[in-house]
Write a protein that binds this ligand. Structure first.
Ligand code: 6PG
Length: 261
């Protein structure tokens, strides 16, 4: 399925569109199945989205927090108290401010001595939550992903072992250039989601965004190109700065759309 590309003028417009999409996805999932499962992304981009969901009354009141289950697409090999922790960022920006039961927060235990142990425990938790048989992958209602300037997403970095994992749901991944271990959902796990949404803002992402979404297919060089949901939707929400090097076709569509709205 081709990605749905939405180019919004400013980062604030991206966060608003993402928040409305997030709440819509949650409400539909709860309406249909009584439960919503989302894999959050880390880094800096989504922080403003998480704050908006927790702090804007209309959004906060629309979210079915009690039936929503929060997972993470990846985590650093650090404790949840560490400044680099994706869980800490989401807790501070959103989850500590909203009425979500602790039992609905499914953290990757980055504090464990061995990243591989954290990966195995998280995979077990996912298998239990989604009732997975061997060879099956979780189907998150929504997966949020960021994009690194090198074309990585989640903790799937160029040239790292996790890129080619086809069996596991979660793996630890040695990222030499960062001299660190990460824990990440694998490509097949991400691609089994019902809806994957990339959130990308800032001119520093323009080259990577154009390469990933319009360039030649080079999945070793640009891991984000491997994210192609098998059955689900793929959406890109980007601001004009990050979309600055996308073909005019996308920008023209957005301008036309903008005039119609
Ligand atoms: C992480 C994320 C990572 C992030 C990109 C973009 O753990 O850091 O999973 O994939 O989304 O690196 O990061 P920024 O939003 O900080 O640019």
């Amino acid at each position: 399925m081709a990605p749905e590309i939405q180019i919004l003028q400013q980062p604030a417009d991206v966060y608003r569109a993402a928040a409305e999409l997030f709440v819509g996805s949650a409400r539909r999932a709860v309406e249909e199945r009584g439960i919503f499962s989302v894999a959050l992304c880390g880094g800096t981009t989504p922080r403003s989205l998480y704050r908006l969901l927790a702090e804007e009354p209309a959004l906060r009141q629309s979210m079915p927090w009690g039936q929503s289950h929060f997972f993470w697409g990846d985590e650093r090999h650090v404790a949840p108290s560490h400044a680099d922790s994706n869980a800490r960022m989401a807790m501070e920006a959103m989850l500590s401010k909203v009425p979500v039961p602790d039992a609905n927060l499914h953290r990757i235990e980055g504090e464990l001595a061995e990243a591989e142990e954290a990966a195995r425990r998280y995979e077990s938790a996912l298998r239990a939550f989604f009732g997975l048989a061997q060879g099956e992958y979780p189907c998150f209602d929504l997966v949020l992903l960021g994009l690194g300037g090198d074309g990585h997403t989640a903790s799937l970095f160029p040239g790292t072992p996790a890129l080619d994992e086809r069996e596991r749901v979660v793996v630890s991944n040695r990222v030499e250039k960062l001299e660190t271990e990460r824990i990440t959902l694998t490509v097949p796990a991400l691609n089994n989601a019902a809806h994957v949404v990339f959130l990308v803002t800032g001119a520093d992402k323009a080259d990577a965004l154009a390469a990933v979404f319009e360039g030649a297919y080079q999945p070793a060089r640009y891991p984000a190109q491997r994210i192609r949901p098998a059955h689900g939707r793929l959406t890109l929400l980007a601001d004009a700065a990050a979309a600055g090097k996308l073909g005019r076709q996308h920008v023209r569509d957005q301008e036309t759309l903008g005039r119609r709205q």
